[in-house]
Design a protein around this ligand. Sequence first.
Ligand SMILES: [Fe+2]
Ligand SMILES: [Fe+2]
Length: 223
Amino acid sequence: MISMLKLIRHHKPQNLSDRVALAFTKSLRFLADTFFKKKYGHRAVVLETVAAVPGMVAGMLLHLKSLRKMQDDRGWIKILLDEAANERMHLMTFIQIAKPTLIERIIIMIAQFIFIFMYLIIYLISQRTAHRIVGYFEEEAVISYSEYLKEIEDGKIENIKAPEIAINYWNLPLNSKLKDVIEVIRDDEAGHRDVNHSFANIINIKKNTNALKEDKNKAQEKI
Ligand SMILES: [Fe+2]
Ligand SMILES: [Fe+2]
């Protein structure tokens, strides 16, 4: 398990791209809070179907870019595709814990249709904002799973036996409980958060350096 210091982290918005990403995340959080309230199991099923989209979309776009530009991807594609696969395993786990209602299944289908295009467009417009959004989504995921854990610790949600699929995937002891599963999932989310924030930071540094170079060139032209 990762330390508490590493677990709770917030990237303070530093530019317009960050502020857009944070506002987008907070409005979706508001929607999720209003709809699910304290139904954490159902919330996890629905949100994990969305969480597995960005890594796949970003990985695909970078794969195509790498082919087009005949350029190395610095290992980003594999990291993003692994993230998508890991999020899908979160879903496979939660589906054993909470079965979605008919209305939730309909929401999942509509949400996937909208979100896949939305994220693709955001990624094409601003790769930096797109990664920052996932960074902020994952900050929220860490908060939600911490709340879920608190409900289990307080005995408000039954600490049932861990699903077999989770025991196998995370190599957990055979007598593991739901609480142990939520803890490893929360660690995964914290990992995705740090990766996506650092991807956004790398792009940000690149943009700032390019802008500086341009300014320098313009200044030299004037002399
Ligand atoms: Fe997840
Ligand atoms: Fe996630």
